[in-house]
Design a protein around this ligand. Structure first.
Ligand SMILES: [Zn+2]
Length: 62
């Protein structure tokens, strides 16, 4: 993942925990979890990943 700063204290001593995945009709969310070693806060980042484009294939040969 990209370099991060703690949103609570601005520190960069951050460890990444195992991410979660939530499946939806229109795709899925990946939820990244981090913990700050400076202030011991935890925070998340949600990345929405639509699947529509993945299944949109060229049907030219059919
Ligand atoms: Zn912090």
């Amino acid at each position: 993942m990209e370099p991060l700063m703690c949103p609570f204290c601005g520190g960069t001593n951050i460890i990444e925990a195992e991410e979660s995945k939530i499946e939806l009709d229109a795709g899925y969310w990946i939820i990244y979890h981090w913990a700050c070693l400076d202030c011991h806060e935890t925070f998340d980042k949600v990345v929405a990943t639509p699947t529509g484009e993945i299944y949109e294939e060229d049907e030219h040969w059919s």
